[in-house]
Design a protein around this ligand. Structure first.
Ligand code: MN
Ligand code: MN
Ligand code: MN
Length: 284
């Protein structure tokens, strides 16, 4: 049953490639019965996704993935079951999108100085109505033949230490957790192994996250399907008494091994985040 629950996904409202309705249709076709749409720093795709979910007979959890900074490191906090009309949450998201816009222009300027003019316009065209992300720049760099793969774009140009890298101080992690809670949602630390933290840093961040009111962490992620990762993450969830979440972090259909709803099982002893009262009632 838990394999049909996917609580982390992206649409064209941020850097995903499927429109919200197409994403929901794909999820339903993959056997997903509960899907959270968690676009970066926006809930703009939720109404379309909710309508499509009603049509497909599946449950849509309104969500968001917030870019945050804590101790000068970046962490992604997923908010699940949020009230998308909450003004405090929306004000915070608007602030982050403004930062994202500034960063996008700064990246474009740097690429221009390295002999790649037109990058900002190109990435903006790829983003459409959505905020320009580094993924859009990566796609543009591939399309222009400057690099062979999006991964290479990050390694060669876009990472913080690289020639077109721009570091941003995002929303404070504790503030993001507070906004999610005020909007009636549950705060989830996304893909905890992606930050490549030492054990000492993991303890610090999980402690601070819990202290701020964070209640869950992703234990099963699509990007890291190995059971050894699930076991490691489960250990952290037990230690910090966090609810366990699972999500594919689906962005587009091109990864044959990363699919909506395709997740390793959660260990039986953990409490799944969908048992949280906010999520039991948040279906639309
Ligand atoms: Mn993304
Ligand atoms: Mn993320
Ligand atoms: Mn994500």
């Amino acid at each position: 049953m838990s394999a049909s629950i996917d609580l982390h996904s992206h649409s064209t409202a941020s850097d995903g490639r499927l429109r919200p309705a197409a994403l929901v249709a794909r999820a339903a076709a993959q056997g997903v019965t509960t899907l959270a749409l968690t676009d970066h720093d926006t809930t703009a795709g939720v109404p379309e996704a909710a309508a499509a979910a009603r049509e497909a007979g599946i449950r849509l959890v309104p969500g968001v993935e917030i870019s945050t900074t804590w101790a000068r490191r970046d962490f992604h906090i997923v908010g699940l079951g949020v009230d998308t009309d909450h003004s405090g949450l929306q004000a915070a998201l608007a602030e982050i999108r403004a930062l994202r816009g500034q960063r996008a222009r700064a990246i474009g300027d740097k690429l221009a100085r390295h002999g790649m003019p037109g990058a900002h316009a190109g990435a903006s065209a790829l983003a459409g109505d959505a905020a320009v992300t580094r993924s859009h720049y990566a796609s543009w760099l591939v399309a222009q033949g400057h690099v062979d793969t999006p991964n290479e774009a990050f390694h060669k140009w876009l990472r913080k230490s690289k020639p077109a890298g721009v570091s941003v101080r995002w929303l404070d992690m504790g503030e993001a957790v507070a906004r999610i809670r005020e909007a009636g949602g549950v705060a989830v630390l996304a893909h905890p192994l992606a930050y490549k933290l030492t054990g000492a840093w993991m303890r610090r961040v999980l402690g601070a996250f819990r202290e701020a009111g964070g209640e869950a962490m992703e234990v099963a992620c699509g990007t890291r399907p190995q059971s050894v990762d699930v076991a490691r993450l489960a250990e952290w969830a037990r230690r910090y008494q966090l609810l366990a979440s699972q999500g594919s972090d689906f962005h587009h259909p091109d990864n044959p091994w990363l699919e909506l709803g395709r997740l390793p099982p959660l260990p039986q002893d953990l409490t799944p985040v969908w048992n949280h009262p906010s999520l039991c009632n948040a279906a639309s």
